[in-house]
Design a protein around this ligand. Structure first.
Ligand code: AN7
Length: 351
């Protein structure tokens, strides 16, 4: 059996690397595609969950980051920078540590989930909090990286998209065909752009015979693409997608048009409902932003113009442990500690 060595080695002929490129990898990718009996029953489709939370740093960002850091190192960069709602910074910090380069992140103060912040700091990134949101942070790092010798690793860096397109390759490999539809949460819109690029490349290489519909969902309080205008003060409990002016807006629109796709928005309440369905019925723990894909599928499955039995893949972009505060807030409180007697414990159990 071949040992999985990450997405660059696995899909080398589709990636912008040469034999001398110094590949920086944590063996990302190869994440499970989990069939959901429950969601299939509800929707009438064959629904699969692409569980990206099982990447090395717990999100899909690792697919793009292996490529971005590899190319940064190849070009001689000694430091990298990004703006982040959390996952990009966690991934950048880990891959930079592995590469032995410095990393810096600008984050919106107060709106990065605890697990992500822990990851960025433990891997040695310098975290710079700003009094402003992600959109402002992105504006700043684009400016800084254009003026100073520091490589930008946000998804405006085309190498990020190149790496992330591997998600589409894997889904096709796992299904043995293209799905009929891919359902994905949309924040900065890099991932929907990347998946669409991946599907098109596989179609051109005759690996699949048709292309899926691309279906995106944004959070109601942060839905610039759905609303057709920038959102100045984006808000949602799904902090990963708390973005008002997506960098890849144009490409997302293209993907939606070319694939005859669909985009809409879901409320925080609907996101949390889907989050609870996934954890309690499927046994799959993703973060709230990821649950937006399933929330959208649950809300709009009749509007997607898909036949019964269609193969639908929902991308669960990040692990649930990223945001322990939301998980705890969604759970019933745990009682005070008790004396460990048989009677006391039996009393607690509903036989
Ligand atoms: C779990 O980390 O933008 O539409 O700075 O962390 O490609 O932006 C994260 C985005 C979905 C949206 N799900 O993806 C960041 C950041 C999770 C995410 C998205 C993000 P894009």
């Amino acid at each position: 059996m071949k040992h999985w060595q990450g997405i660059i080695n696995e899909y080398r002929q589709y990636m912008p690397v040469s034999d001398s490129t110094p590949v920086i990898s944590l063996c990302e990718g190869n994440t499970p595609l989990i069939y959901s009996c429950n969601l299939s029953e509800i929707t009438g489709f064959k629904v699969y969950l692409k569980y990206e939370g099982l990447n090395p740093t717990g999100s899909f960002k690792d697919r793009g980051m292996t490529m971005a850091i590899t190319k940064a190192v190849e070009s001689g960069a000694k430091s990298v920078i990004c703006a982040s709602t959390g996952n990009t910074s966690a991934s950048m910090a880990a891959y930079s540590a592995r590469a032995g380069i410095k990393s810096y992140v600008l984050i919106p103060d107060g709106y990065v989930a605890l697990g992500k912040l822990a990851q960025a700091t433990i891997h040695g990134a310098q975290v710079i909090k700003i009094k402003g949101n992600f959109d402002k942070a992105l504006e700043m790092v684009i400016d800084i990286s254009s003026k100073y010798p520091i490589a930008l690793v946000n998804s405006v860096n085309p190498f990020r998209i190149e790496g992330q397109k591997s998600g589409a390759f894997e889904v096709c490999g796992q299904l043995g065909q293209s799905p009929d539809a891919l359902v994905i949460p949309v924040g900065n819109a890099g991932n929907i752009t990347a998946y669409w690029k991946g599907f098109k490349e596989f179609k051109n290489a005759d690996k699949i015979s048709y292309l899926p519909k691309m279906i995106g969902f944004q959070a109601e309080g942060s839905a610039p693409i759905v609303r057709g205008h920038k959102v100045d003060n984006p808000d949602t409990i799904a902090t990963a997608i708390r973005i008002g002016n997506p960098a890849s807006w144009k490409f997302a629109t293209q993907a939606l048009q070319e694939s005859n796709g669909y985009i809409n928005m879901v409320s925080d309440e609907e996101i949390l409902k889907a989050y609870n369905v996934l954890t309690k019925k499927d046994g799959v723990f993703c973060e709230p932003a990821s649950a937006a894909s399933v929330a959208g599928l649950l809300k709009y499955h009749d509007k997607l113009n898909l036949k019964k039995g269609s193969v639908v893949v929902c991308v669960l972009t990040g692990h649930g442990l990223k945001d322990p505060n939301i998980a705890i807030s969604q759970s019933s409180e745990i009682d005070e500690a008790i004396e460990p007697t048989l009677d006391n414990i039996v009393e607690k159990i509903n036989f």
